[in-house]
Design a protein around this ligand. Structure first.
Ligand SMILES: [Zn+2]
Length: 86
């Protein structure tokens, strides 16, 4: 059976190794997320290279140290006013 659309694609979280369900509750509202790793970031863009890794937003939030909370509203700007997304 082949992949017919993007809805048929399967994603594996690079942080926990589990599969990512697109319609999960809670933080899953924006899953699958992707982390973009940029090599040689301080060098000119022509010398940079990037790779994307899929992850659960929940795994990113509990794994990565950062200065502040992940702002889900910034990740879902089109959802303003949608009572199912807060
Ligand atoms: Zn995960």
């Amino acid at each position: 059976m082949g992949i017919n659309s993007v809805d048929d694609l399967q994603y594996q979280c690079c942080l926990c190794g589990d599969g990512i369900e697109k319609s999960a509750e809670g933080d899953g509202q924006v899953d699958p997320c992707a982390i973009v790793l940029i090599a040689n970031w301080s060098k000119p863009e022509a010398e940079q290279a990037s790779q994307q890794f899929f992850c659960h937003l929940a795994c990113f939030k509990k794994t990565v140290w950062h200065n502040g909370p992940v702002d889900v509203e910034l990740l879902v700007p089109f959802a303003a006013g949608d009572p199912d997304v807060s």
